[in-house]
Design a protein around this ligand. Structure first.
Ligand code: ASP
Length: 318
């Protein structure tokens, strides 16, 4: 596993992921890799700009995830994968660690940025998780932007669905199967936040909900411990309460994030759950562990240097 980056010193910090469903290393060209690094860099710059201007962790993770949702390379928003029925159903969640406010949506199609739909649930409804027509009605009432089928349709995700139907198709191609985007941040006031957004898994049954919008599974934030955004085979992250499990180890077990986050990811692997996560603790230390071939990921150093990586490799600095 790549070396864990050191904690930043100036009080705020940000880490993101673009999903653990990376292209196989042998299928990744230099040109394509550059596009992924650039997409991660744009999202980090968006979030970092907010934190550096004394903005909130909540706004920073929102901005970072919006940037990733707008990028068709990643499985969220515009680049969402297709269900077995050829539809797209998106899940997203956001949480802040001071008051434990949270909002989530599941199985939605239409809002251009599902993370903004999740935030609308948090800020403009008395609920945590909305689905179906009710979720869409709230988005309309809040004047969120909607997009049409053409906007969300990407040829590569459609091809991935067709490939998954091919006779003898195996489930070993992570890029075809899944992906997700997410961000965690700590602002100068010491507040933590997490945001996660996904199209889920290619060929999923219509109606399937993954770990992303399940608070404590794929998304969690608690100022006293840490904020977590996960990616991977969602059923495992739900069954093992992955994000909350890490927070609990910090809060009740006295563990460091650097010990707890990779340990939970390793334990998931032992149960068959591939994936990874980004996490940040109340001091701003970050962890980006994964148990599979790669995870699109990055963080910003205190001086603003953007660090991104895909596989178990040195971070690219820009
Ligand atoms: N965790 C997502 C889900 O299960 C997919 C992924 O991150 O690859 O919906």
């Amino acid at each position: 596993m790549a070396k864990r980056p050191a904690a930043p010193t100036d009080g705020f910090a940000l880490a993101i992921h673009g999903g653990a469903g990376t292209l196989r290393r042998d299928a990744m060209s230099a040109a394509r890799s550059a596009l992924y690094h650039a997409g991660l860099g744009r999202a980090l710059a968006a979030g970092h700009g907010i934190l550096a201007a004394d903005g909130s962790a909540l706004d920073a993770v929102t901005a970072a995830v919006v940037a990733l949702e707008d990028d068709p390379l990643f499985n969220a928003g515009r680049g969402a994968v297709f269900t077995a029925a050829g539809t797209q159903e998106m899940d997203a969640a956001i949480m802040e660690g001071r008051e434990h406010r949270a909002g989530a949506v599941a199985g939605i199609f239409g809002p251009r940025n599902p993370i903004l739909a999740a935030r609308a649930v948090m800020e403009h409804s008395p609920h945590v998780l909305l689905i179906g027509e009710g979720a869409l009605a709230l988005c309309r009432a809040q004047n969120l932007a909607f997009a049409d089928r053409d906007y969300f349709h990407t040829a590569s995700r459609w091809r991935a669905l067709q490939q998954s139907f091919a006779p003898g198709a195996t489930d070993d191609d992570e890029a075809r199967r899944h992906g997700t985007v997410g961000a965690v941040a700590r602002d100068r006031r010491g507040d933590l936040a997490a945001a996660t957004s996904t199209g889920g898994m290619t060929g999923k049954l219509p109606g399937r909900v993954g770990d992303t919008p399940i608070i404590g599974a794929g998304t969690y934030a608690d100022n006293a411990s840490c904020a977590v955004s996960a990616t991977g085979h969602g059923e495992f992250f739900i069954r093992f309460g992955a994000a909350y499990e890490i927070a609990a180890r910090l809060r009740y077990g006295g563990q460091t994030l650097g010990a707890a986050a990779p340990a939970v990811v390793d334990e998931l692997a032992a149960k068959g759950g591939s994936g990874g996560l980004v996490a940040i603790d109340h001091n701003g230390a970050i962890a980006l562990p994964f148990n599979c071939a790669g995870m699109y990921r990055g963080y910003v150093e205190a001086d603003g240097t953007i660090c991104t990586a895909i596989y178990d490799e040195p971070y690219r600095r820009s």
